[in-house]
Design a protein around this ligand. Structure first.
Ligand code: NDP
Length: 291
């Protein structure tokens, strides 16, 4: 009961997906623009297709994992008719609007469509560290579930096709926020010549002890109540934040990664919300309705 599958796109991620599918016993037909990238998979038992159309014809379940949505169209536009009656799972990173527009395109061509966002790097595929977000057709998710679970934990978010892309981008935004803080912290410590490997265990410990903050913030924001149960008020944080940018300047480190948050804190405090929690700055970010 391992149905034949097709993988379009054999970059680092597409190759990892194809390997996981082969490892689970699915017959895999693979296609890539640069044909040589299929070699290692052929050695593992995959069939190589000469065109995207030939690859699609070989599997009832078709995965696309390409650079971006422009490349998805480059690959699929001339082979759209082959998709009719097949399940198409697109694991290419994009925006919610791109995901919604592409889901309409796929439906027009008779594909049962599922959009996905991979929350893993290629070496994590097929390990417990990987999880993948999906949204779109529930029937596509259910019929392909066995194959999807070979990549990692499968999270189905609902029928709206843009949901997986939105939450993927939200998770990446959180990650880049963390990268931003880490890089800045390392620049500060390096400015005194301290080996960073000495400092990093402390940074790890501190970030771990703060990691529950997302839960607390979500509760406050869902309740729309920024004023009760405030252990560290925004006015105090806005005042303290000035020291972060000043210390950076004193150490010869650019404060440019930090400054936008400092500006938001000061604006919120000036608007009279200094007694509330820092979570209230979300009100300054949310402008208008989604496109
Ligand atoms: P790679 O750069 O390794 O591979 C890109 C793939 O897209 C290659 O197969 C490439 O073909 C193909 N491609 C690019 N442009 C075109 C085009 N115009 N026509 C046909 N094929 C094209 O990227 P990854 O495999 O790492 O990433 C693939 C997707 O997975 C991306 O959307 C990425 O955001 C997402 N992803 C990647 C993660 C990672 O850590 N790697 C993590 C989570 C998601 P060719 O070999 O011929 O150049």
């Amino acid at each position: 009961d391992r149905p034949p599958v097709t993988v379009l796109g054999l970059g680092a991620m597409g190759t990892a997906l194809a390997r996981a599918l082969l490892g689970a016993g699915h017959p895999v037909t693979a296609w890539n623009r640069t044909a040589a990238k299929a070699e290692p998979l052929v050695e593992l038992g995959a069939a190589r297709a000469a065109t995207p159309g030939e690859a699609i014809a070989a599997g009832r379940l078709v995965f696309a994992c390409l650079l971006d949505y422009a490349s998805v169209h480059d690959v699929l536009d001339d082979h759209a008719d082959a998709l009719r009656g097949r399940v198409l799972v697109n694991l290419t990173n994009g925006t919610p609007v791109q995901a919604r527009t592409f889901s309409e395109w796929a439906a027009c061509h008779g594909a049962d469509y599922l959009g996905g966002g991979i929350m893993a790097v290629p070496p994590q595929i097929g390990t417990p560290d990987a999880f993948v977000l999906y949204s779109g057709s529930r029937s596509a998710f259910e019929t392909s579930r066995g194959a999807l679970d070979t990549f990692g934990e499968s999270h189905y978010l609902g029928g709206a096709p843009g949901l997986a892309a939105l939450q993927d981008i939200a998770l990446l935004s959180g990650m880049y926020g963390m990268f931003t803080g880490i890089i800045h912290a390392l620049a500060l410590v390096r400015s005194e010549g301290t080996p960073l490997t000495e400092f990093v265990p402390r940074l790890d410990r501190w970030l771990s002890s703060m990691s529950g903050w997302a839960h607390a913030a979500a509760h406050q924001i869902d309740a729309g109540d920024y004023a009760s149960d405030v252990p560290s008020n925004l006015g105090m944080q806005a005042a303290g934040f000035v020291n972060l940018t000043r210390a950076a300047q004193e150490q010869g480190v650019s404060p440019e990664l930090l400054e936008p948050l400092g500006a938001l804190l000061r604006r919120r405090a000036a608007d009279g919300h200094g007694h509330e929690d820092i979570t209230g700055i979300i009100e300054l970010l949310q402008k208008g309705t989604p496109a």
